[in-house]
Design a protein around this ligand. Structure first.
Ligand code: NM2
Ligand code: OGA
Ligand code: ZN
Length: 373
């Protein structure tokens, strides 16, 4: 594996040559900070014991040699610290694959479906369901008992409920005095929930308890796929939505929630990372005459993509089915339904994405990757 090692730049850099010919040049500072020994990292929990102040800025490697087992023995100055790296650790760290990219989809996508009894009992079934949420941002569970708060039990299988002013769980059905348009029979344009929160809940679950009303179909659309299409079709509109913070707001007698953020949030590489789109709770952007017109044109262009049949997947939830969406990526909506009391009833809850990803990573550690990966 490791073929040779050489001290360069008066010890400021160490060059590692691998058996396959690749070379890594590692600063001495990096090597000291990322040492894996018991003085650098707590042997029990692996957390770093050092702060940056514990490392002299002029630290150098003064000795470096490969040992028989293919490991790397180093000594540093000033300070005289000695440490050993395994070739496996160096390789795994330096050649770590990039994090998986979202798998974009359009109207032809059939969201992954799994049965709750299997997901509840079997780690492989749970893994595969969570992996679908991670890669596609949407999945369905079937055979979830039509019981109050069953959605909380589903969340407990992979993470934690994100409680909000709507409660740990909330009932989505037509109400006489609705505090939110979700609690009417009106159709809802596709949207992400709670864009007025900081941070926005990462996952939304909707568990169908009754659906005998006419209408009330669910719609999902991949916001990242729509954003990529907008970028390809109208680069300026994409840039405007990505670089203009707009207000989102929800208020009732007890809360006043406000957040300012762009409709398309980007990661450091410029790829879509967080969509906030919700016609009901978009505030009143004050951008000046010229930018207002341009921003609204861009907003309209993005909405046309999000509402286009080419991108939307429509499904009607039956009692016992549960829809989970990545609320920072996949938008959801519904067609209107006739408001007879109790004929349509979803119970919803939010959860955070990090909990799901952690559970998935631990399952992968135990089970190995799934068939689809
Ligand atoms: N509910 C269903 O984000 C929103 O305001 C959509 C959320 C009230 C929890 C509705
Ligand atoms: C919601 C929502 C969709 C539906 O409650 O946030 O969007 O199908 N509901 O009722
Ligand atoms: Zn919603």
């Amino acid at each position: 594996m490791l073929a040779a090692v050489e001290i360069e730049a008066a010890g400021a850099v160490l060059a590692l040559r691998w058996a396959d010919g690749r070379v890594d040049r590692l600063p001495a500072l990096w090597l000291r900070d990322n040492a894996q020994d018991a003085q650098t990292r707590h042997p029990g929990n692996g957390q770093r014991l050092l702060t940056i102040h514990d490392i002299p800025p002029d630290i150098r490697v003064i000795e470096a040699r490969l040992d028989r087992a293919g490991g790397l023995d180093l000594a540093f100055a000033p300070g005289g610290h000695r440490t050993r790296f395994t070739a496996e650790w160096l390789r795994a760290t330096l050649r770590a694959p990039p994090p998986p990219r979202p798998v974009l989809w359009d109207a032809t996508h059939r969201p992954y479906r799994a049965e709750w009894p299997a997901v509840a009992a079997d780690e492989r079934a749970l893994h595969d369901w969570l992996a679908a949420v991670a890669s596609h941002g949407v999945a369905v569970l079937t055979r979830v008992p039509c019981e109050d708060r069953a959605v909380e039990r589903v969340i407990a299988r992979f993470g934690y409920v994100r409680e909000t002013n709507y409660g740990r769980v909330f009932d989505v059905r037509s109400e006489v005095r609705p505090s939110n348009l979700a609690y009417t029979g009106l159709g809802l344009q596709v949207h992400t929930d709670n864009p007025y929160r900081d941070p926005v809940p990462g996952l939304q679950l909707l568990h169908c308890l009754a659906s005998s009303a006419e209408g009330g179909e669910s719609i999902v659309v991949d916001g990242f796929a729509a954003a990529e299409r907008l970028k390809a079709a109208d680069w300026e509109a994409f840039g405007l939505l990505a670089r203009t913070a707009v207000p989102f707001r929800y208020a009732d007698p007890d809360v006043e929630l406000v957040a300012r953020a762009p409709i398309i949030g980007l990661d450091v590489e410029g790829a879509p990372a967080e969509i906030r789109f919700n016609n009901r709770s978009l505030g009143s952007p004050v951008l000046g005459e010229v930018r207002t017109a341009a921003w609204y044109a861009a907003y309209r262009a993005f909405a046309e993509l999000l509402d286009s049949p080419a991108l939307q997947v429509v499904l009607k939830l039956s009692p016992g089915e549960l829809l989970i969406v990545d609320n920072r990526r996949v938008l959801h909506g519904r067609t209107g339904f006739s408001g007879t009391a109790g004929a349509r009833h979803l119970q919803g809850a939010y959860a955070d994405r990090d909990g799901l990803l952690s559970r998935l990573a631990v399952l992968r550690r135990r089970l190995g990757p799934g068939e689809a990966e």
